[in-house]
Design a protein around this ligand. Structure first.
Ligand SMILES: Cc1cc2nc3c(=O)[nH]c(=O)nc-3n(C[C@H](O)[C@H](O)[C@H](O)COP(=O)(O)OP(=O)(O)OC[C@H]3O[C@@H](n4cnc5c(N)ncnc54)[C@H](O)[C@@H]3O)c2cc1C
Length: 292
């Protein structure tokens, strides 16, 4: 049975959707951590879960392995991510066919970041330069694929300006992008401003806010340095003052909870949680489910 598309879930949702993002672990220990967290999080019955591609040296095989694992654990809709990094058009199509054959109908469609040690994105031999090209390739091959695309409330680090980035976003949507999931942000005003600017630019697709419950000061410093998101002073101070990892995770969760409650009051179409293969956000998720 093919997966329900997320576009369809968004259309018929009576309440905001809930989704989690996992990544393929590097080793057996990481896989064990993922299994345990997923085992706890499945009880929240997220509308869909996603599995990243390429980050941390993982390959498409590992992404697919984790997708299959999550399906086996009872997650209703599993969406693999796919990037243009290091693949020719033919390889991308071969993989798209494999996903389609296995019943996957949702793909988070990305350009991808340069591989570790490189600073500039390089187009692979006979490959693709932009996420919009990948959306067009996937939709051209299987019209029933639903493609999520990435949005950047504080602009993509390479973009000259937020308006320029939104203009490029429109190309992804014109190619067939069905919905947008945002990069993480720690201040909701960035998301609100981004949605307003997108709507003014004529974007009509749902924009799912991406929220990351912080685990530690160092972790957020590292993430925000890469993606260009703002690390708010008050959050940095509270995380730095936490006595240990458990206390820092509590701080991160409380911050995320405030963000999520405000977003829900503002009528967002869903909440996408970067759970980082951990179940530390389980209490936040449980409260979300009660609110829903
Ligand atoms: C929700 C989410 C999930 C992610 N998952 C992954 C993952 O699984 N694996 C991974 O490696 N990375 C992932 N990323 C990171 C992402 O790959 C990087 O941010 C990457 O640098 C850009 O990808 P993109 O799909 O936004 O690219 P694009 O949309 O192609 O944009 C990249 C840059 O090029 C510009 N641009 C786009 N089109 C054009 C054009 N036609 N002409 C000129 N400039 C253009 C954009 O403004 C932007 O600055 C994710 C990001 C998000 C927000």
């Amino acid at each position: 049975m093919p997966d329900t598309t997320i576009a369809e879930l968004l259309r018929r949702a009576a309440r905001p959707l809930l989704s989690f993002e996992f990544f393929p672990p590097k080793d057996e220990k990481g896989l064990d951590t993922l299994r345990k967290a997923a085992g706890q999080l499945v009880a929240a019955r997220p509308d869909f879960v996603t599995v990243t591609y390429g980050a941390g040296g993982s390959t498409r095989e590992r992404t697919l392995e984790v997708c299959e694992l999550l399906r086996g654990m009872g997650f209703a809709v599993v969406m693999p991510h796919l990037t243009c990094v290091g693949s020719s058009r033919a390889e991308l199509l071969e993989y798209a066919d494999e996903l389609h054959r296995r019943g996957y109908r949702n793909i988070m469609t990305l350009r991808g970041d340069p591989p570790k040690g490189e600073t500039v994105f390089r187009v692979a031999k006979d490959g693709l330069a932009h996420a919009s090209d990948l959306v067009a390739l996937l939709k051209g091959r299987h019209a029933d694929f639903c493609c999520g695309v990435a949005g950047y409330p504080e602009k993509h680090p390479e973009a000259a300006s937020l308006p320029a980035d939104i203009a490029n976003m429109k190309a992804k949507l014109a190619a067939g992008g069905d919905f947008i999931t945002t990069q993480l942000f720690f201040e909701n005003r960035f998301y609100a401003d981004y949605v307003r600017r997108c709507r003014e630019a004529g974007v009509t697709q749902p924009i799912l806010p991406g929220i990351m419950p912080a685990l530690s000061h160092r972790q957020i410093q590292r993430f925000t340095a890469v993606c260009g998101a703002t690390f708010p002073g008050p959050l940095a101070t509270r995380l730095a003052a936490a006595a240990d990892d458990a206390a820092a995770a509590q701080v991160g969760m409380a911050w995320a909870q405030e963000q999520v409650e405000q977003l829900l009051r503002d009528g967002v179409p869903g909440i996408h949680l970067y759970v980082l293969n951990r179940a530390h956000a389980a209490p936040l998720i449980a409260s979300l489910r009660r609110a829903g």
